[in-house]
Design a protein around this ligand. Sequence first.
Ligand code: NAD
Length: 298
Amino acid sequence: MEIKNVTVIGAGVLGSQIAWQSAFHGFNVTIYDIDSKALDAAMEKHKGYAAWFKARRGATGEEVQNTFGRLTYTIDLAEAVKDADIISESVPEVLEIKKDFYKKLSAVAPEKAIFTTNSSTMVPSQYAAETGRPEKFLALHFANPVWEANIAEIMGQPKTDKHIFDRVVEFARAMGMVPIPLYKEQSGYVINTLLSPLLAAAGNLFFNGVADFKTIDKTWMISTVAKFGPFGIMDLVGMQTMYHVMLLKAKQTGDLNAQKRAEAIKVNFLDKGKLGISTGEGFYKYPNPEYQSPEFLK
Ligand code: NAD
């Protein structure tokens, strides 16, 4: 069965992007949130994405208008999912919220609907039972911003049906993503499994006074021919996320180092409004960060 109708759950940072990207690629998209203000904010964001797609992607007025024509916004869950072929869930990253949501969803969703979660730090088996259809449940994980960092990591749990997995891989490609299939559950998927140790190692080198952050970035950029070093990546990810990741690590492992890093991020960045690229300053100043200058690599 072909996927035509997509329901996006949660109209926050990622949900609003997933909805736009799917609608732009021709899917009928309904976006649901428990909070009508979040839907209003998503509509505003969609106007911004429309302008960006026209300016940066060469999207035509007609393409953008058609995208809006395929988007519906609602606070009624049953209405939102009544004809869904696939559901992409982006509710907050809290296990109890996810579990509670899937219980409610399983009561109203049609049998044909595939459920996908966008969770970044959990694995789908943690709430597969609550979906009532574990064979049609898996992770479809996006990065931010969806259309620029356009990978979609697809990760089943032990009960996911192989055919459903393959359909989600196809769907990801059809909505403009590069599918990254994972053969087993892995916390952090591929990208964060690679990235987390790199960023942690860079933080240790810097905060222990071994080398300054520009030297560390320069080393990485020259030797791996990369566009960014670890501190440039932290600015992209955002200091707020870095702070939450460090706090979570400290809580889960009792790692005192992580606790110290979280505090340093709070004092040196969050309290000063330096949240990274989004506010124009993190480790570097934007829009023209020093690491983009040819002099930086000399
Ligand atoms: P967010 O806080 O921006 O948005 C969450 C939205 O969910 C809010 O609008 C909230 O009103 C809504 N919500 C809360 N409870 C709900 C419910 N029961 N039903 C429907 N809507 C509900 O969060 P986000 O950053 O978009 O993250 C959402 C998910 O996406 C998380 O699982 C996160 O791990 C994942 N994710 C986030 C990013 C990122 O960069 N922000 C990247 C990849 C994946």
